[in-house]
Design a protein around this ligand. Structure first.
Ligand code: SAH
Length: 394
């Protein structure tokens, strides 16, 4: 049993699912990593059942706020069925066979992330509790989806905070997963589930790719941080006159070229450039290049609040350069997926970039993550992706 310090039950009462080490008064019993443990307030009220994580600052994560619940195979089956049913009812489910099926805390499953790429699932077990129930969760996923192949990508840094070793490979079934074919709004993509970034594809940007597609007609597009060509191919499909895609990763560019070939699009209109965006934007500026639509979707510069200062500098740098490359009437779709950078901070960084660039611009739209990546109201930390659509003001 975990007994909390007096007054430290407040966040739990608001259904926030994390219990930090500093909130714990004492622990009773011989708890092992991943054990399910009742959580009590100082006055003896049982508030939740949580997974014990002895090495993490987040010492326990709540499975249920019902003290009478049973945390067992049936519990995970029910949560996963609920998560799957929510996705099946989303409008996007009619336009793609690739969706995030389980999004951690937002689906009542802290530490569990599952993406579906057609008939292949990719799972991540990121907490001690998730690790403990791995088998039950995998069985429930097979049952809820009918997918027989589940590739595990628990090869991420955060596992070490939980005292867990990295793990990657097929957890269920087996097949070639280096090029899983998916379709998104009529466009074909190949997903490298084994070696790609994150779980292989950035599903959170699906609706934003579609939005950019609708804005691209007749425009010259620059796609910074292109990965496997998501925004580039969407822009081309939307009638872009020309697309320049910048990406530093050679394997990502290889998949991007295959993605281009997998669609009936005019390949002559797109140029993939292996480059560092920071340097290449300067090069383009020095050459006097100009574009009508620029997309900036960089990796997370600030995973946590500690890296915010450097991240802010990096965001300002690329946004300043991008704004300078815009023709009059041009659009900039700019994103940040840094958990440590709030939407307000991101907007003020971009505003600073515009001032320094000497470019007047206005916000005409705001972006977030797609609906299969929901944010639980009681867990606002779950919000990470934000974006702005700016229009040059002349
Ligand atoms: N927009 C993409 C996802 C981008 S993820 C999509 O919709 O699929 C960010 C990408 O930026 C990764 O592919 C990473 O390899 C690339 N990257 C990171 N730093 C870079 C840099 N300095 N220059 C160019 N690309 C970079």
């Amino acid at each position: 049993m975990i007994v909390l310090k007096r007054g430290r039950e407040r966040s739990l009462k608001r259904r926030h699912p994390w219990i930090f080490s500093g909130a714990i008064e004492r622990v009773q019993g011989d708890l092992k990593s991943g054990d399910t443990v009742p959580v009590r307030s100082a006055d003896g009220q049982t508030l939740a059942l949580a997974a014990w994580s002895p090495t993490s600052q987040i010492r326990a994560r709540v499975w249920s706020f019902d003290p009478g619940a049973s945390i067992d195979a049936a519990f995970f089956r029910a949560r996963i069925e609920q998560a799957a049913a929510f996705r099946a009812a989303l409008p996007a489910a009619r336009h793609t066979n690739a969706l995030r099926l389980v999004h951690g805390e937002a689906d009542g499953l802290p530490g569990v992330v599952v993406d579906r790429y057609a008939d292949v699932l990719v799972a991540q077990f990121l907490s001690a509790g998730a690790e403990r129930w791995r088998d039950e969760i995998l069985d429930a996923l097979v049952e809820a989806t009918g997918c027989e192949a589940i590739y595990e990508r628990s090869d991420v840094e955060v596992r070490t905070l939980e005292g867990l070793e990295p793990r990657a490979g097929f957890a269920r079934g087996n097949r070639d997963a280096r090029r899983c074919p998916i379709a998104e709004y009529g466009l074909n993509f190949r997903v490298d589930v084994e070696a790609g970034q994150k779980t292989g594809f950035f599903l959170d940007q699906r609706e934003n790719r579609q939005r950019v597609r609708s804005l691209a007609a007749g425009r010259e597009v620059l796609d910074g941080f292109a990965y496997t060509g998501g925004f580039s191919i969407a822009s081309l499909a939307g009638g872009a006159q020309r697309v320049v895609a910048l990406e530093s990763s050679v394997p990502a560019l290889e998949v991007a070229r295959e993605n281009l070939a997998a669609n009936s699009l005019d390949a002559a209109r797109i140029e993939f450039v292996q480059a560092n965006v920071f340097a290449h934007l300067r090069l383009l500026r020095d050459r006097g290049a100009a574009f009508d639509l620029v997309v900036l979707d960089p990796p997370k510069f600030a995973p946590t609040a500690a890296q915010v200062k450097n991240a802010a500098r990096a965001y300002k740098d690329i946004n300043l350069l991008a704004l300078k490359l815009l023709r009059p009437g041009g659009l900039l779709a700019t994103f940040s997926c840094s958990g440590g950078v709030s939407a307000e901070l991101f907007q003020s960084i971009v505003a600073g970039a515009a001032v320094d660039a000497g470019v007047a611009a206005k916000i005409i739209e705001r972006f977030g993550a797609a609906a299969d990546h929901p944010v639980a109201l009681e867990f606002p930390e779950g919000e990470y992706l934000k974006g702005l659509l700016l229009a040059r003001n002349d």
